[in-house]
Each structure stands twice: as structure tokens, then as C-alpha cells.
Write a protein of this length. Structure first.
Length: 224
């Protein structure tokens, strides 16, 4: 993080105020809920385009069958895997993506999560983005929540909240929204973890397509 100028200090203050308000309202949300980093990685892929409650059902089914390891997932036939993760939606596509991801893990890190976590952030992010079906949000979720790397995860909720509070323009893309946080906040894994979880919960609870601004903890800020 570069030393901020006057404008940068103002933006940092805004971001920390949002964090303070949300954290004061919701507290620690203990996100990402999982039994170990590999389960987080699997969940990050399964949660694409679906609600977390559906992911939990698929994760439970995988856990029951002792499939939550790179070796186990690499061994199971793709069609069988698709049937097991059916509750997560788009299950044939997600089975392909899970198989592609575990192939990557086996080839690059011999299926060893700790070896993967030891990789430097820029290189690991680049290689993750090279895996078919892994986009920026999924890659960054894996990096932050499973590999404990200091990178901020942006998503549709982040965009909606910042847009409604006039902090970004309509043309802001994933990278520019992510950079807003990473350029103005310290590179702290715990901070990025909790901040993203708070934003997601705020989006689900208050900042929906039809906003419920009066009850929102950010109501004291000037909304647009």
C-alpha cells in the first residue's frame, strides 16, 4: 500500500467508517464456514451462481462420502461427482470445474494444500486464473479464505453498496473495486476476511435489489 495523499486518506477514512458501522452491527460472522482450507476451495467453486444453503447441502454430501480431499475428488468419475453435488445447481458444469481444479492441485502441488498455501500471492493468483472455470472472484476467495493471502474479494454486493453510496461509478470493474480497498487499507488477512463477510451479509440483509436503507447500519451515511 503506497502512502496516501489527502484524497487517499479521505477514502481510507470512508472505508474504515463503513467497516466500523457494519462490524458494530453484525460482529464477527466467522466466515468462511468450513472444516479446513480444501473444503473452502471446494465451496468457493460450488457457490458460483447459487445460494450458500445449497452449497452446504453439496458439501455435506461430499463429506459423508469422504470426498473432501484432492485425491478423492481426482479419483471419482465426473458423472458421479455431478450427481453428488446436484443441490449446488449447475452441477454438471461445477463437476467439470472441480475436476479441473483438483487436476491443477495434483499437478502443481501434488495435492498438498500447505504447499499450495506457501506459494507467493501473485504467482498463485495467476495460476489459479489459468484453471478453467476459475474467475477473479473465485480465485480471490480461495486465496483469502483458504490460503490466507491478503487480497480483497469483490462481488456483486460490494459493487451495489459502493455504487449506492457514490464511492464508485457505473463503469467500475472487478479490478478497480478491489483496488479501492487494497490501495487504501492495510494488507491484513483478518481485516479483508471480516470486511468482505460484513459486506455480503449487508447485501443479503439490507442492500438487496429493492434496498431497505432505513434499517441498514449504513443509513447514517449519505446514500445516492
Amino acid at each position: 500500500m503506497t502512502k496516501p495523499g489527502k484524497a487517499g486518506r479521505g477514502r481510507r477514512k470512508e472505508l474504515l467508517k463503513i467497516y466500523e458501522l457494519l462490524n458494530g452491527y453484525f460482529g464477527d460472522l466467522h466466515w468462511w464456514p468450513a472444516d479446513g482450507p480444501f473444503e473452502v476451495m471446494v465451496g468457493a467453486i460450488l457457490t458460483q451462481n447459487t445460494a450458500w444453503t445449497n452449497v452446504e447441502k453439496a458439501i455435506h454430501a461430499l463429506r459423508e462420502r469422504r470426498l473432501l480431499s484432492p485425491v478423492a475428488l481426482s479419483s471419482i468419475p465426473e458423472d458421479e461427482l455431478a450427481r453428488i453435488i446436484r443441490p449446488s445447481g449447475y452441477y454438471h458444469l461445477k463437476a467439470k470445474r472441480l475436476k479441473a481444479f483438483v487436476r491443477f492441485m495434483m499437478m502443481a502441488y501434488s495435492g498438498n494444500v500447505e504447499t499450495m498455501k506457501a506459494e507467493k500471492l501473485p504467482r498463485l493468483r495467476d495460476t489459479l486464473l489459468g484453471v478453467k472455470g476459475i474467475g477473479p472472484e473465485t480465485a480471490d476467495s480461495i486465496l483469502l479464505y483458504a490460503c490466507e493471502k491478503p487480497i480483497f474479494v469483490s462481488d456483486a454486493y460490494t459493487r451495489r453498496i459502493l455504487l449506492r453510496h457514490g464511492m464508485i461509478g457505473h463503469d467500475a470493474d472487478y479490478h478497480s473495486i478491489q483496488a479501492l480497498f487494497m490501495d487504501h487499507l492495510p494488507p491484513d488477512v483478518a481485516l479483508f476476511n471480516r470486511y468482505h463477510a460484513l459486506i455480503v451479509n449487508t447485501g443479503k440483509t439490507f442492500c438487496r435489489r429493492t434496498a431497505e436503507c432505513t434499517a441498514c447500519p449504513l443509513a447514517i451515511l449519505q446514500a445516492v
